[in-house]
Design a protein around this ligand. Sequence first.
Ligand code: DLZ
Length: 163
Amino acid sequence: MATSLKNLSETDIKPNKAIKKFNIALVVADWNTEITHSMRDAAIGFLKEQGLKESNISIHPVPGTFELPLGAQFLAQNKKIDAVIAIGCVIQGETRHFDFICDACANGIMQVGLQYNIPVIFGVLTTNNLEQAKERAGGKHGNKGIEAAETALKMLLLKYELS
Ligand code: DLZ
């Protein structure tokens, strides 16, 4: 489904006492910070609304989206961290750089999650232009940071339900 058909800020997670014990780390790309910081702040706001304490949320900047998988891996190695939310924004340019960064990031993030058996969430916008990114970082399509934070909580709840 195209993102334009779903508002990224709409959530349906049910309250759960387990949530307040989760320890979640955000790794955030320093490229396109107008977008990534808006997603970061929305994700943190949502996690707090769901009951996480500020002390159970940590934020870790990396230079760009290409560095998100390694940043996520550094965090996943810490056994106190239950989930990682990777936040980035890649905007299509005139060269193929976009494709290399997006592919490397998506594959790397998936690998870290599978290797460490923790949710590592792909909170990355890959858009044709800045306008599309703004629309998904607090604009008319909601905020992908909220979608990413909700996904992290849902995957953690599933993990603990099954363990
Ligand atoms: C180099 C680059 C370019 C052209 N575009 C973006 C972008 O739109 N979003 C992003 O997060 N990072 C970009 N980068 C930086 C790369 O992710 C990476 O930090 C550098 O290639 C150094 O490895």
